[in-house]
Design a protein. Sequence first.
Length: 82
Amino acid sequence: MGAIDGRRFSAMIRFIVAQQGADGAELFEMHCSRCHASTAHVLRRLPQERAIRRERLSSLLAHHHEPDEAERAALIDWLVAQ
């Protein structure tokens, strides 16, 4: 069996996540933790008010490595709850 290129691997992971309904913690681990070591690192500059936090995360993640709407929504829900 040959090696799987990065795009195919990423597509496979997205398919598995979609089938299993990954939660925000899993999505953070898969998509964010490589550059952002912890949720505290991500959230430290956001206000504590959940509505504002949700709005800013929605705006940021729409253009920052999370193009899938369902995954983005799950990730935002989880981050807002932190």
